[in-house]
Design a protein around this ligand. Structure first.
Ligand SMILES: Cc1cc2nc3c(=O)[nH]c(=O)nc-3n(C[C@H](O)[C@H](O)[C@H](O)COP(=O)(O)OP(=O)(O)OC[C@H]3O[C@@H](n4cnc5c(N)ncnc54)[C@H](O)[C@@H]3O)c2cc1C
Length: 376
């Protein structure tokens, strides 16, 4: 018997929305359900005081793939936002990513040769110290970072931030977490190396709404509240929720890290003059402050809106009931993930997609690229 839909899509995040958009364009009958009261998953924005506030963390779309860029721009045009975060260490500001501006602020060096010499000198000091202690390989993240980039940048721009992110000391974290630390010996504060980046004009909701135009959606609808019903409504299920939850945690629970956001509306037009400010010392308890208006308002336009909204981000351990933001891809969790994955591989009508079901960190553009690939 013909089922009502070709695809039931569980989750209206960017994975589910891109999938629905593509399937709909291919003439498939789709139903998208989401347990939240809004579409967009983690890229959802709420309009507060005329400002699009990124409710689940700041999002910047970036890609070098022209097909992906043209596709998202065919749905909504993107603005010229360029991510150039600032680091604040004990009240002093440094440009990121590490580039000639940072090196000038750190040491007063004026030329690439001077900056290179400074970094090399500190790298050699770190290597000599490690060898003097009888080690041939960096034994933890602290040693690894200093061998890659030297003591000053590590202590001022990496140590405190990383310790807040992981909730552990760098000397107790494994070295492999940092494989390379890119440095640029040019004056360039553009965080991404990608060819294209920006924010959809009017915010990320416009992108999701555009993708889901003409597709049936139901909010406040949890797949697990009526699983029997949903399993029989469509030929195939695209599931973008947590993989362990899909199997009722029968093999155990996967672990995550999460972020707590403390949002504040301020009665001033411009709080920090930049969208992203990283706080890299250990004394400030939050990792970043996001000032949302700077993603979409530039130059004098910042002052046309009399208020501003900021979010302080606190990186924390994930517990039941919190949003699962980052998978913890260590050996223990990856082995559990593979066991769940083996169960899913036996279900021909189940497709897993997105950061929760695939248990991995995914930027937005690779998701769009992957889903476009599925339909090519
Ligand atoms: C703090 C932070 C900052 C980030 N910044 C960037 C950035 O700057 N640039 C970038 O490219 N990427 C960024 N990312 C990554 C980006 O968020 C992800 O690529 C993207 O949101 C993943 O989309 P998704 O559809 O896989 O998952 P989600 O957006 O999480 O969507 C999954 C959806 O499934 C729904 N769902 C789950 N279970 C059920 C159920 N049982 N029934 C019904 N619905 C269900 C959820 O409610 C949710 O809406 C960031 C991530 C984080 C955490």
């Amino acid at each position: 018997m013909n089922k009502q839909y070709d695809y039931l899509i569980v989750g209206a995040g960017i994975y589910g929305a891109t999938f629905a958009c593509m399937a709909h364009r291919h003439g498939k009958r789709c139903l998208v359900i989401d347990k939240r009261n809004h579409l967009g998953g983690n890229i959802y924005c709420e309009n507060i005081e005329g400002i699009n506030v990124h409710k689940y963390g700041a999002h910047i779309f970036h890609t070098s793939n022209k097909k992906v860029w043209d596709f998202v721009n065919s749905i909504v045009e993107f603005n010229r936002y360029t991510n150039s975060p600032i680091a604040n260490y004990k009240g002093k500001q440094y440009n990121l990513p590490f580039n000639m501006n940072t090196f000038y602020q750190m040491w007063g060096v004026l030329t690439p040769a001077e900056a290179q010499a400074k970094i090399e000198e500190q790298r050699q000091e770190a290597l000599a110290k490690m060898r003097a202690e009888g080690a041939t390989e960096p034994r933890n993240l602290e040693e690894q970072a200093q061998i890659l980039i030297g003591k000053d940048i590590y202590e001022i721009l990496i140590k405190g931030y990383t310790e807040k992110q992981w909730g552990r000391k760098c000397s107790e974290l494994p070295a492999f977490i940092i494989k390379r630390l890119p440095v640029r010996f040019v004056h360039d504060n553009n965080y991404f190396n990608d060819r294209f980046q920006g924010i959809p004009m009017g915010g990320f909701n416009k992108l999701i709404d555009g993708m889901l135009e003409g597709v049936e959606t139901r909010l406040n609808t949890d797949f697990f509240d009526n699983r029997q019903h949903w399993e029989h409504i469509a030929d195939k299920i695209l599931y973008t929720g947590k993989l362990d939850e899909y199997y009722d945690y029968r093999l155990g629970k996967l672990e995550y890290r999460t972020v707590r956001f403390e949002e504040e509306i301020l009665d001033m037009p411009n709080y920090q003059g930049n969208a992203v400010m990283n706080f890299t010392d250990a004394e400030v308890p939050y990792t970043r402050i996001i000032e949302h208006k700077h993603f979409e308002m530039f130059g004098d336009d910042v002052y046309k809106c009399p208020k501003t909204v900021i979010s302080r981000e606190y990186s924390t351990e994930w517990k039941e009931g919190m949003e699962p933001y980052y998978s913890v891809n260590d050996e223990k969790n990856m082995s559990l993930y593979q066991q769940y994955r083996a169960l899913a591989d036996q279900e021909p009508n189940l497709i897993l997609g997105g950061h929760l079901a695939e248990y991995k960190y995914y930027d937005m553009a690779p998701i769009v690229e992957k889903v476009m690939g599925l339909f090519e």
